[in-house]
Design a protein around this ligand. Structure first.
Ligand code: SF4
Length: 587
């Protein structure tokens, strides 16, 4: 019944499964059968999608389905103790559903609230600033079976602390101004302005925006599509959350002017599941734009320019931030990155030419269309023009959103956010680079430290292995499983690192860890595998002495107790003499 209103198309499968899950707390067999029949696709295809996404389940979850964010910043704020406290109070084990079906409790990857953690989700809605007293109230509300609408509003409050606005955040904006400027100047001329601005993609890869738009615009195949990648899942990143919350009009306008330039009449915004709380307000902004003639038919009275935007939700998969994986997800499939070439700008959504750009890229394009390329290019460095939004969290007095000209040194940023006694900074999240306190003159720029926006500060009280293990676990959990070097390699990295950190490693284990890093990095299919070893590689480079100090002095130490493992064999052979025991360590 939840699907009566649904548009039965295979590309909407993920949206339909989300609706079924919300109603039945899982994807029941009868829904799989009905969807398979209605969409004319095999049952196995539906099961594959349900199994791929973290927030979809084939078995029932609790009526209150709680996920606690396992980002390193949440851990630094005491998340582990809070999770155990919550589990104890609710009488449910982490990873399980309580016997009465009332509640389920799980860990989840970063929920995009690193500036206001410890954070979590209840039935998909963001919870912020969790502490013992809030957990006491939450437990009471759950036991009373109070609807979420009766929970205190402050539990769901998401602040958007803009600590340092710059080039873009300081710009005034009137709805339609960028489109009016685009039409007045001309489409080709506006593309030339985007070109001269040297705007590069803000999702991290830094591909030149004008080149992408131009390449798409000249493709003969039609239709063309515009996709806004709002799936910022890199732990420590939350600047797109703020833009979607406070600047959605500019983002949709950027998508619309892109559509005018590339000749598209359909846009899609892929919103990460953790930002469900933004869904309704984004729909309202879209509706206002339709009513103002800024979306729909003949936009701004321009005959024949039709364009509209649909929001589609993700379902908990970090890999869907990768453009081709996101397109697969938008087509209702598991989010497995495609083999390239062809690039999505030639063969993207529905195998048609598609521009996929980050939220911040569309935001910047809107202001470039108004102010011109020169205005933007005057800021930053020659290779990295304009400004960059940073999401700053961790050990600093003022976490939040900061906007800097590209080329700003790390030490200036640390001063602004009130970070003392800095041991290191993770720039670009787990897939980025760990910068030690000896390297703080390095700069935010594509030619030095490239980042999608995550900036996590660690002071000297932090254990570097807690950080590296958290990041390595994250990649092992988020690997999509498509290719062996990443699927197996990330788990081997996790285990080998654990062996060393727990003091069971010898020199040979460290060598093996380094070799494994290179195997995963050089043989994986997509950026996740390519960067999964970065936390280990960058801390090995900056702090080799810490790894060496963990090693035992023997040349080889097994990762498990060999003699104990043979106990069963000894019992079966009915012998327990000295010769039936093995020495654990070869000296
Ligand atoms: Fe999937 Fe990892 Fe391979 Fe990327 S590298 S396709 S995430 S298994």
């Amino acid at each position: 019944s939840v699907l009566v209103q649904a548009d039965y198309k295979p590309e909407r499968l993920l949206q339909m499964l989300r609706a079924v899950q919300a109603q039945y707390l899982h994807i029941p067999q009868m829904a799989i059968e009905q969807l398979a029949a209605a969409l004319h696709i095999p049952r196995t295809q539906i099961i594959a999608v349900a199994e791929f996404y973290s927030f979809l389940h084939l078995t029932p979850q609790g009526r209150y389905d709680i996920h606690i964010s396992d980002s390193i910043t949440d851990r630094m704020l005491g998340k582990e103790k809070l999770l155990n406290y919550l589990a104890e109070k609710l009488k449910v084990k982490v990873g399980q559903v309580r016997a009465d079906g009332l509640v389920s409790l799980n860990n989840t990857s970063c929920t995009g609230m690193c500036d206001q953690g410890p954070a979590g989700l209840v039935n998909g809605y963001a919870l912020t600033r969790l502490d013992h007293s809030r957990i006491d109230v939450i437990v009471q509300l759950i036991e009373q079976q109070a609807p979420l609408s009766d929970w205190p509003a402050e539990f769901f409050a998401v602040d958007e602390p803009i600590r340092k606005p710059g080039l873009l955040l300081n710009q005034p904006f009137n709805s339609g101004a960028a489109l009016a400027a685009t039409f007045a100047r001309g489409l080709a001329e506006t593309l030339a302005e985007v070109d001269s601005s040297n705007l590069r993609g803000r999702g991290g890869a830094g591909f030149k925006t004008a080149l992408k738009w131009r390449t798409c615009s000249v493709q003969a195949a039609t239709p063309h599509y515009v996709i806004c990648n709002a799936d910022e899942g890199e732990p420590g990143t939350f600047k797109d959350r703020m833009l979607l919350d406070l600047y959605a009009d500019q983002i949709f306008e950027g998508m619309t002017l892109c559509a005018a330039i590339i000749g598209s009449d359909q846009g899609l915004l892929y919103l990460r599941a953790e930002y469900l709380f933004l869904y309704e307000q984004l729909q309202r902004v879209l509706q206002r734009r339709r009513e103002s003639g800024l979306l729909g038919r003949n936009i701004l009275g321009r005959d024949g320019f039709d364009f509209d935007i649909e929001i589609r939700m993700g379902a908990g998969a970090y890999i869907c931030g990768e453009a081709s994986a996101q397109i697969e997800s938008l087509e209702g499939k598991p989010g497995i990155p495609r083999v390239k070439p062809p690039n999505s700008v030639i063969c993207g959504y529905q195998r048609k030419p598609t521009v996929v750009d980050n939220v911040e890229t569309f935001f910047a394009a809107t202001h470039i269309a108004i102010q011109g390329g020169q205005w933007f290019a005057e800021v930053g460095t020659p290779q990295s023009t304009g400004s960059k939004l940073l999401s700053i969290s961790g050990d600093c007095a003022r976490p939040g959103i900061y906007e800097y000209p590209f080329g700003t040194p790390i030490e200036d940023i640390l001063r602004d956010c009130g970070a003392d006694d800095v041991m290191g900074v993770q720039v670009g999240g787990p897939s980025g680079t760990f910068i030690s306190s000896r390297e703080l003159q390095r700069r935010i720029a594509f030619e030095d430290l490239s980042t999608a926006g995550s900036f996590i500060v660690f002071n000297s009280s932090r254990n570097i292995f807690d950080i590296v293990q958290n990041f390595t676990d994250f990649f092992a959990h988020e690997s999509c499983g498509f290719c062996t070097p990443c699927r197996v390699g990330t788990t081997l990295l996790k285990n080998q690192l654990q062996k060393i950190v727990e003091g069971n490693g010898a020199a040979v284990d460290l060598e093996e860890l380094s070799e494994l890093c290179l195997i995963v990095k050089n043989n994986s299919h997509c950026g996740l595998g390519d960067s999964a070893a970065n936390p280990i590689l960058s801390t090995l480079a900056s702090h080799p002495e810490l790894y060496l100090n963990q090693l035992k002095q023997s040349s080889f130490t097994p990762g498990f107790d060999l003699d104990a493992t043979l106990a069963v064999a000894r019992r079966m052979a009915q012998r327990d003499d000295d010769a039936a025991h093995l020495s654990q360590v070869e000296n």
